[in-house]
Write a protein that binds this ligand. Structure first.
Ligand code: IPE
Ligand code: IPE
Ligand code: MG
Length: 246
């Protein structure tokens, strides 16, 4: 019996965010180069995306490259950028067929031209799709995003378009690069690391967190279903007490 059969389809999270971690260790465990792990991780992305289609998850945000990842050896960074270009170009047709719309968050301007172009083309050709929104966090970090938001809010205050007293949650939300998406209800991190690594710090304020030791290339659709089942066993109280929840 698959975990899928135990999932309550009327209570699946609308938005799931994933820190896809452990590619390098997965490759090293089999005596391969780290890049082999990244290439192998693409299959896990396909699996999870299918899982989202089946469960009716509307938004899937994947942490694909952080602003800190530039500090890796040049060979790995170049390999990752090439993989990004190849994967986006090769998968676009399949995304389109499955009704997936591609988005991205992060500092797109600082990406290599080929990567930026693949991303722009992928977003354009899937723009009318409505089933699942796939959001790639590429050259993303939460502090970078919050600095950008702070700068544009400050600029509006300076130009008298906004009063300091009117700055609230919603004002911050609409200045983030993720403004078009609801906050994730659920965040998964693979590979047994218990940290956020500069991912969605604002958006994860009340998100349910799930950590698994499975390395990303080994993460299957069934693992994804099990994670969602775990989510469904939790009580989200938002500061209230159990008795207040209906
Ligand atoms: C995650 O896997 C993918 C990226 C950060 C791009 P890692 O490359 O971080 O794999 P580990 O954590 O070193 O095993
Ligand atoms: C986080 O993983 C970034 C991505 C998955 C893209 P890292 O492997 O870079 O995180 P740290 O450095 O171990 O925290
Ligand atoms: Mg890692």
């Amino acid at each position: 019996m698959s975990a899928f059969d135990k999932i309550n389809l009327s209570k699946t999270p609308k938005h799931i965010a994933i820190i896809m971690d452990g590619n390098g260790r997965w490759a090293q465990q089999q005596g391969e180069m780290r890049l082999f792990g990244h290439t192998s991780g693409v299959e896990a992305v396909r699996e999870v995306l299918k899982g989202c289609v089946e469960l009716g998850v509307e938004y899937l945000t994947l942490y694909a490259f952080s602003t800190e990842n530039w500090n890796r050896p040049k060979e790995e960074v170049d390999g990752l950028m090439n993989l990004m270009v190849e994967t986006i170009s090769n998968e676009v047709e399949e995304l389109h067929k499955n009704g997936v719309r591609l988005h991205s968050i992060g500092d797109e301007a600082q990406l290599p031209e080929a990567c930026r172009n693949a991303l722009i083309a992928g977003k354009k050709s899937t723009a009318a799709n409505k089933k699942v929104n796939l959001i790639l966090a590429l050259n993303y970090s939460a502090r970078w995003e919050l600095i950008q938001a702070t700068k544009s809010i400050a600029q509006k205050v300076k130009e008298h378009q906004l009063e300091v007293a009117d700055i609230n949650d919603q004002v911050i939300h609409v200045h983030l690069c993720s403004k078009d998406f609801p906050d994730p209800e659920f965040m998964i991190r693979t590979s047994g690391e218990y940290r956020l690594s500069n991912f969605l710090l604002w958006q994860l304020a009340y998100t349910e967190l799930y950590f698994t030791d499975i390395l990303w290339p080994d993460f299957t659709k069934e693992d994804f279903y099990n994670a969602v089942l775990d989510y469904q066993s939790r009580e989200r109280r938002f500061g209230m007490v159990s008795e207040q929840l209906t």
